[in-house]
Design a protein around this ligand. Structure first.
Ligand code: NAP
Length: 247
């Protein structure tokens, strides 16, 4: 599954799942753009890890909700590596609260980052992906987009919105030979779970047939497959990586 010579942008890749994805792609020989918004130090650590594994990476600061910053990231990427072959829309956030108490601001912020960020990045890199030999768009959704989750009406709405978006872009990209897919991870050991109380995590784990949370590597390995040429005939899909949560 060599990614030699392929250029990949992974949003929100200084830490968490995005970092795992970026490192997997870098280890396979891809040129990687590490996008960050606030985690500059961690972005440079991610670059060092990729370089140690023999890959090449650059850091690009851009808030995905800001179109001008996303376009500046594209220019930086073009200068460093040329056009993009693979875009992974990974940047995401939560603002949990029961719906009855949810503010419009909490709703808008979650839509802005998870869906608005995906819109900005996909449109900015669309021509690159279209023109690439087998370009790849990969959107990181969530099991919550399928099942819903108490206190996450905003996040669930955003993450299930990614499914319809992905299927539509898959149809539009197909004429040029590129693909679009979604990955829907289950609960994964990152900072995002830090606000979830221990007793809630225990309840979640008791409902997972494989009886554990996802490791970052579980998700990154599936993204690496979707980014590779081995996935040429897979498009418009939502791939669950959730330990069997919906069995
Ligand atoms: P995380 O550890 O909280 O990291 C969030 C990442 O998103 C950070 O790299 C952050 O960058 C970036 N980010 C947030 N807002 C951004 C913005 N406006 N512009 C650019 N980057 C932004 O999250 P994670 O757990 O790795 O989650 C990654 C993705 O997987 C998200 O889309 C999340 O919804 C999804 N997911 C997570 C889980 C889970 O259980 N962890 C399960 C299913 C799906 P900075 O640090 O630079 O600000």
């Amino acid at each position: 599954m060599s990614m030699e010579g392929r250029t990949c942008v992974v949003t929100g890749s200084a830490r968490g799942i995005g970092r795992g994805i970026a490192e997997h792609l870098g280890q396979e020989g891809a040129n990687v753009v590490i996008n960050y918004r606030s985690s500059e130090g961690a972005a440079h650590e991610a670059i060092a890890a990729i370089e140690d594994a023999g890959g090449e990476a650059v850091a690009a600061r851009a808030d995905v909700t800001d179109r001008d910053e996303v376009e500046a990231m594209r220019d930086l990427c073009h200068e460093a590596f040329g056009p993009v072959d693979v875009l992974v829309n990974n940047a995401g956030m939560t603002a949990d609260t029961q719906f009855a108490k949810m503010s419009r601001e909490e709703w808008d912020r979650v839509m802005d980052v998870n869906l608005g960020g995906m819109f900005n990045c996909t449109q900015t890199f669309y021509d690159d992906i279209w023109n690439a030999h087998e370009g790849r768009l990969i959107n990181i959704s969530s099991v919550v987009g399928k099942q819903g989750n108490f206190g996450q009406a905003n996040y669930a709405a955003a993450k299930s919105g990614m499914f319809g978006f992905t299927r539509t872009i898959a149809l539009e990209l197909a004429q040029g030979g590129s693909t679009a897919n979604c990955v829907a991870p289950g609960f994964t050991k990152t900072d995002m779970l830090e606000t979830v109380p221990e007793h809630v995590l225990e309840r979640i784990i008791s409902g997972i047939p494989l009886e554990r949370l996802a490791e970052i590597e579980d998700v990154a390995a599936v993204v690496r497959f979707l980014a590779s040429e081995d996935s040429s005939y897979v498009t418009g899909e939502v791939i669950d990586v959730n330990g069997g949560m919906d069995l």
